[in-house]
Design a binder for this molecule. Structure first.
Ligand SMILES: [Zn+2]
Length: 260
């Protein structure tokens, strides 16, 4: 059985559902990851990495590509598939001013490209961004729209289209512990399809996050990462964004419950 996760930037996979991806990979499933960009606009947060040596654009993208490859190896995922779009940057004002960024690219073409990968890989389950893009990054929101379109359009062109689409989310109470607006980015507990206890994978997630050296910084500063991302080593929650066929119960005991 195959799972395909579709994210926008290197490190999205580790922050939003690294433990879940690692879990299914450890179960022997083939877990694929699409990264729409190489994170070319990411700020460098590691004092040992000179930002001038890796200016925003291709050089920074190459640095972050290598980091994502390392994180995928730690999580047990297949090597990442890059779509080759440009990171729009963050926050929104920066992204708007960057016409080459993913958020400005044709949504229909992006959806078509995702669909071709879905047809080729034949995943049973997709994981991708929710409508708010986890915390509102415009690339995440753009990719959400394309992923949702590709999930449903797969039913027109595949004999066995993916059966479930899940969005990683955080409950309102969890988002309230962060800098983000809980009413905007949190979901109500009773709309959550599954919260997975990922503590057995805490060390794997931690190592995958640290593989994103430029973004996460040195190991001794990891407590700061935990402050900004409370619960990142503890639980990962999902809502159901699309469903074909039946859902055995809600909430689910496992993302794959009832799938053969
Ligand atoms: Zn991202």
């Amino acid at each position: 059985m195959r799972i395909l996760a579709i994210f926008a930037h290197p490190d999205d996979e580790s922050f939003f559902c690294g433990g879940t991806l690692a879990h299914y990979a450890a179960q022997g499933l083939e877990v694929y990851l699409i990264s729409a960009t190489r994170g070319e606009q990411g700020e460098i947060r590691h004092p040992a990495i000179d930002p001038e040596r890796y200016p925003k654009g291709a050089a920074r993208g190459a640095l972050r590509e290598a980091e994502l490859r390392a994180a995928c190896a730690i999580l047990g995922l297949r090597p990442p598939i890059f779509l080759g779009y440009q990171d729009s940057g963050y926050p929104l004002a920066a992204a708007r001013a960057n016409p080459k960024g993913l958020m400005h690219q044709d949504l229909g073409l992006l959806e078509e490209e995702l669909l071709q990968h879905i047809v080729r890989l034949q995943p049973r389950v997709l994981i991708g961004f929710d409508p708010q893009g986890y915390y509102g990054h415009p690339d995440h929101i753009h990719l959400h729209r394309a992923t949702l379109g590709a999930f449903w359009r797969a039913g027109n062109v595949m004999e066995a289209p993916p059966e479930r689409l899940f969005f990683p989310v955080r409950p309102v109470e969890r988002v309230a512990q962060t800098q983000f607006d809980p009413l905007r980015y949190g979901v109500a507990a009773n709309s959550v399809a599954l919260c997975r206890d990922v503590r057995p994978y805490a060390e794997t997630i931690r190592r995958a996050l640290l593989a994103h050296r430029s973004q996460v910084g040195p190991e001794e500063d990891f407590p700061k990462v935990l402050e900004a991302w409370p619960g990142v080593l503890e639980e990962e929650c999902f809502v159901l964004g699309g469903l074909r066929g039946r859902c055995p119960r809600m909430p689910l005991g496992d993302l794959l419950e009832g799938l053969e």
